[in-house]
Write a protein that binds this ligand. Structure first.
Ligand code: SF4
Ligand code: SF4
Length: 77
């Protein structure tokens, strides 16, 4: 199952972006509820390797499941 980034937990630190072996972690548009940048995972490309969870310093920002309800691609300000 693809991984998801919880939009409102992500702090936009982007450690995950360079670590992903298939380059499927993309910048979101706008700012999340914390006022930080955020990223999202392309479910169709993710190979479920789990590296993003290992490198992310923010507890709960990455989930090992497909959660369209928690992961947004853009946030309107
Ligand atoms: S998911 Fe984690 S490592 Fe990736 S941008 Fe968000 S906070 Fe940073
Ligand atoms: S699980 Fe692996 S392939 Fe999927 S987003 Fe995370 S690092 Fe990339």
């Amino acid at each position: 199952m693809p991984h998801s980034i919880v939009t409102d937990v992500c702090e936009g630190i982007s450690d995950c972006v360079g670590a992903c072996p298939v380059g499927c972690i993309k910048p979101g548009q706008g700012k999340n509820k914390k006022g930080t940048d955020f990223y999202w995972i392309d479910f169709a490309t993710c190979i479920d390797c789990g590296i993003c969870i290992q490198v992310c310093p923010i507890e709960g920002a990455v989930l090992a499941e497909e959660r369209k309800d928690l992961q947004k691609l853009k946030v309107d300000s």
